[in-house]
Design a protein around this ligand. Sequence first.
Ligand code: PMT
Length: 221
Amino acid sequence: AGARPLAGQHVLVSAGPTREALDPVRYLTNHSSGRMGYALAAAAAHAGAHVCLVSGPTTLAVPAGVRRVDVQSAADMHAAVMAEIEAADVFIGAAAVADYRPADIATDKIKKSDGDAEIRLVRTRDIIADVARDYPRVFTLGFAAETTDMEAAARDKRARKGLTMIAGNVVGPNDAFGRDDNALFVVDAAGAQYYERDTKAALAERLIAQIAERLADKTGQ
Ligand code: PMT
């Protein structure tokens, strides 16, 4: 405990969007800026942890004391997380990972034709669900980004993915994505609590303090 409650712990964080290529010049993505994940990486480093940040494309600077691994696609992010997970005690999935990617990536730029076009999408692998299944000793904090029924969806995602903790947030044009503030609905085995609207930095510090407490309970410190 004390000022550096995560001293000696290894924390792996995913952040930002993924880019799923259609051809050499086009991709599918989402509005994640990476801010929530970067704030968590910074807070974990501040708490004394060794922090690795697996990041999709963002414009953010690497937080002090954090090692960053840059990725583009969901498949890249899956591989990078799996390459780092052996050393991790905590995995925080704040990235907005694409659930689907184009079935085919064209080698050359797709030409315009007179007719309409269709894109066939196939599922990507779920990174945090794979971590929870294959590394049950790792403390997993997932996020649930929802536009409706956020609380129920957050509880459901925590159960379905087998996560230790989940933080639900409402996303939309005026919420969560890109902004400096957010509000969270945090659920773990002990119950649910609201983190009222605050800066992502303050919310991240609260989440990291909560994780440190849970780890200390487990090891009886
Ligand atoms: O980046 P910001 O602009 O600061 O915005 C923050 C945020 C809204 C992106 C962030 O707070 C957030 O909610 N991140 C998760 C976004 C998301 O993809 O949520 P989801 O409900 O689709 O996914 C649930 C969980 O599964 C997440 O922890 C996600 O990282 C994980 N996941 C999802 C799909 C996949 N293939 N692999 C995953 O690991």
